[in-house]
Design a protein around this ligand. Structure first.
Ligand code: PSU
Ligand code: MN
Length: 301
């Protein structure tokens, strides 16, 4: 079994059986610019603590798996260049070769399970990209949700993706997609996607009970909780659509592929919206951290 390095607060929470919420690090290294990335990471950790749970930000630093980062580690990661973006495929190689890598949704789920953490809050999961019928670009996050028993709170899948295809793949993989407090699947920066979510729940207790029931059924895999961005922070989808279209066209023209696609699109949409997309992203992650804490609290009840 791998030697995991726990932060003091995470070690203490584990010893007491106190609620924990895993947090990812790719959003810090590849999802947001410095210094907003570090600021947001700190605020997200605070939101988890305010909700009565302990935050466990996950990353690989110099070949060691860290569950819970110190503030200097968070700051260093937020400024580091050439950090690997780790998914299921490359996590072991990064650890074995002593490198530094940020964990995506998939890799964070793997680490959370090893650490016994059942709840993980992020911004938006990866999904099926537009044009996937020719590019085959489908995020490994979807397959991870099918096999690793962690409940993931996101604001839906990013609107840069093909959301109907993402829902289809999740259905095929047997992943419960639960809209929180509304019928419609939220679309990251917007509350509405025009698509009905397969499931709806209105309380953290219901989500915790469904998580437990999957365990009782001995089903592998987790749950996706799609938590809509707060109304006051959302960017209506018709405002966003032209910017997404432009960013996608640029990615295509520049031959952006594989792991570089999502960071490229997020950065271009940030520029095209003059920072508005980042503002919304920050609000939705904080909102997800609060819901994650509430679910984690219910799970230990
Ligand atoms: N949520 C955000 N910003 C992000 C991500 C999530 O608000 O940048 C990251 C997650 O790490 C997720 C990744 O796993 O985007 C998706 O990458 P890809 O499409 O290459 O699978
Ligand atoms: Mn991809």
């Amino acid at each position: 079994m791998i030697d995991i390095h726990y932060s003091d607060e995470v070690a203490e929470a584990r010893a007491k059986g106190a609620p924990l919420v895993a947090l990812e690090s790719t959003i810090i290294t590849h999802g947001m610019p410095f210094p907003q990335n570090v600021e947001t990471a700190r605020r997200v950790e605070q939101a988890v603590r305010a909700g009565g749970a302990t935050p466990a930000t996950i990353a690989v630093i110099d070949g060691r798996l860290h569950v819970g980062l110190s503030d200097p580690q968070l700051l260093a990661l937020g400024q580091a260049q050439n950090v690997m973006k780790l998914s299921r495929a490359d996590m072991a190689a990064c650890l074995a070769s002593g490198q530094t890598g940020a964990t995506t949704v998939a890799a964070t789920m793997i680490a959370a399970r090893l650490a016994g953490i059942e709840v993980f809050a992020t911004g938006g999961i990866g999904g099926v990209h537009r044009g996937a019928e020719t590019s085959f670009d489908i995020s490994a996050d979807l397959h991870e949700l099918a096999q690793t028993p962690v409940t993931v709170i996101a604001a839906g899948a990013k609107a840069i993706l093909d959301l109907p295809k993402t829902l289809e793949v999740l259905e095929t993989l047997g992943v419960p997609v639960i809209a929180y407090g509304q019928d419609e699947l939220p679309a990251f920066w917007s509350r509405q996607s025009g698509l009905k979510a397969p499931l709806r729940m209105d309380s953290p207790a219901e989500i915790a009970a469904a998580h437990r029931m999957r365990g009782a059924l001995d089903l592998p895999g987790g749950q996706l909780v799609a938590n809509p961005i707060p109304t006051e922070a959302e960017i209506p989808s018709d405002v966003l659509a032209p910017h997404i279209a432009k960013a996608l066209a640029e990615a295509e023209a520049q031959g952006i592929a594989a792991k570089a696609v999502t960071p490229f699109l997020l950065q271009r949409i940030f520029e095209l919206t003059h920072g508005a997309s980042l503002e919304a992203n920050i609000v939705l992650v904080l909102n997800n951290a609060r819901l994650g804490a509430a679910i984690a609290v219910e799970l230990v009840r």
